[in-house]
Design a protein around this ligand. Structure first.
Ligand code: FES
Length: 59
């Protein structure tokens, strides 16, 4: 999977976020933040992370 960086502050890729959802049972934005560190900087990536979360949960 290509390394599409979603959270620049913490260098968290889309792959890491999807992995957190699929393999580490993340179901909320807080879970993703706890697991990956995404969104714990400036917070501007929150909307994009939320889109990925919605998309993955609907699978
Ligand atoms: S880009 Fe994710 S916290 Fe800043």
């Amino acid at each position: 999977m290509e390394e599409n960086i979603i959270c620049n502050c913490m260098s968290v890729s889309e792959h890491e976020i999807v992995h957190a959802i699929e393999k580490q049972d993340a179901v909320t934005l807080q879970d993703i933040e706890d697991i990956t560190g995404a969104m714990s900087g400036c917070g501007s990536c929150t909307e994009e992370v939320e889109d990925i979360l919605q998309r993955e949960l609907e699978k």
